[in-house]
Design a protein around this ligand. Structure first.
Ligand code: FAD
Length: 391
């Protein structure tokens, strides 16, 4: 019969690999996608829901088009992988066999270092909104309920984490909302890193020009402890009071990968061969997107690019051929500094035979400064990538 590929996760990487496996094999590969969510919600542009210029519906898409490509969608979670038997167990109790497995589970959150608050479900008490959806809407409600003159504190984990410029874009969007509705309030950025990790000069300029005095930035400020009663946090060097705490915790590859022996020696992320995206830990299992220890920014643009390299490689391997030995792709990350101005950073990455990794290559660059023109390009970028993955 037709070879069967099972994809775990229908985020940016999983949706794209599933669609391109169908398109490029001309329907000769059977594709099943396992995803617990009933629809897709985009992290890119989700910070604008906090700013108020977008609604959650604007960044939500259905999985219908994937079905129209002949992909079987199963609404469930994978709970176990048996790499020897090439079989999955799902949370509805059923088992599913595969010829090739593609894992695209994104990230999980790691609260283990926050030992002080026992008995609290940190994830529910102090929202991350680092997976777009219900948490994005709930964080917006907390922002709306915050008193004027209040402090919205946002913690940034040490790299690597999903979307390096994302927290600083969020600071802009929260400040954009506060400037209009609660102008005596403040955004407090508590960054575990020694400096803004992406587009630093551009963010500093945008903060100074658009939100003077509203965004306080604290580098080398890893979150160590939380006192929920006093609404205080302790960081590496200091303590701070907050009204709303947006706790973006340290991250790992999605638990399903870690719990099934697919993490690398450090135990937090996964390693693959960057020509085929096959795991270094298990045969016939390919891993994509934010779950990888690739050294590249954890972005939707990179996740979808990897997905296409992987789809092509799997089709070649199933046909008994060698995959393209020299993949190359690009990444662009736009950040909105207000409702209608944005800026970007772009890079080209090329497979390097010596290190066997994707390495920065000539090309790309950064904006001179935020502008309305770049916001128009950012809107096109988003509708194009949504269409590429789910259209
Ligand atoms: P995801 O998109 O998270 O998909 C993972 C999927 O796997 C999920 O749907 C999940 O439900 C599913 N899953 C997990 N475990 C299981 C399981 N056991 N069984 C079945 N399914 C499972 N990137 C950009 O390129 N540009 C941007 O402007 C941008 N802005 C961002 C702004 C914010 C605020 C954030 C948080 C991120 C942003 N990103 C941006 C980053 C981008 O969202 C991620 O890099 C991207 O989503 C990674 O894709 P992925 O497929 O690896 O993971």
């Amino acid at each position: 019969g037709a070879p069967r590929v099972v994809v775990v996760g229908a985020g940016f990487a999983g949706a794209t690999v599933a669609k391109y496996l169908r398109l490029w094999s001309q329907g000769r590969v059977e594709v099943t996608v396992i995803e617990p969510g009933s629809g897709f919600v985009s992290c890119p542009v989700s910070n604008l829901v906090l700013g108020g210029s977008r609604q959650i519906q604007d960044i939500s898409r259905s999985y219908d088009v994937l079905r129209q490509h002949g992909i079987q969608m199963r609404q469930a979670s994978v709970t176990q992988i048996d790499a020897g038997k090439r079989q999955l167990k799902l949370d509805d109790g059923t088992h599913l066999g595969y010829d090739k497995l593609v894992l695209a589970p994104g990230i999980s959150f790691d609260y283990s270092h926050l030992n002080a608050v026992t008995g609290l479900d940190l994830q529910q008490h102090f929202l991350h909104a680092w997976k777009a959806g219900a948490q994005t809407v709930a964080l917006k409600q907390q922002l709306q309920a915050m008193p004027d003159g209040g402090v919205f504190a946002l913690t940034v984990p040490a790299l690597p984490y999903r979307c390096p410029p994302g927290p600083y874009e969020r600071a802009c969007q929260v400040a954009y909302y506060l400037k209009q509705h609660k102008p005596r309030s403040k955004v407090l950025v508590l960054d575990a890193n020694p400096a803004i990790t992406s587009k630093r000069a551009l963010f500093e300029k945008a903060w100074a020009e658009l939100y003077p005095g509203m965004i306080e930035y604290q580098p080398v400020s890893e979150l160590k402890q939380i006192d929920p009663a006093q609404r205080m946090v302790r960081t590496t060097f200091d303590t701070f009071r907050f009204d709303v705490l947006n706790l973006i915790p340290p991250q790992t590859a999605g638990r399903i990968a870690l719990d099934n022996g697919l993490a690398n020696a450090e135990g937090r992320w996964c390693d693959v061969d960057y020509v085929s995206y096959e795991s270094k830990q298990a045969q016939h299992i390919h891993i994509l997107g934010d779950a990888l220890d690739s050294g590249l920014p954890k972005s939707a643009h990179i996740a979808t690019s990897e997905a296409k390299v992987c789809a092509s490689a799997i089709i070649d391997i199933l046909a008994g051929q060698a995959p393209d030995p020299a993949p190359v792709f690009a990444n662009t990350c736009y950040s909105y500094v207000s409702a209608d101005e944005a800026m970007h950073v772009a890079n080209v990455y090329r497979y390097d035979e010596k290190s066997r990794e994707m390495k920065p290559a000539p090309g790309g660059g950064v904006s001179k400064q935020h502008s309305a023109g770049e916001a128009r390009e950012a809107r096109s970028w988003a509708s194009n990538i949504w269409h590429d993955a789910l259209g």
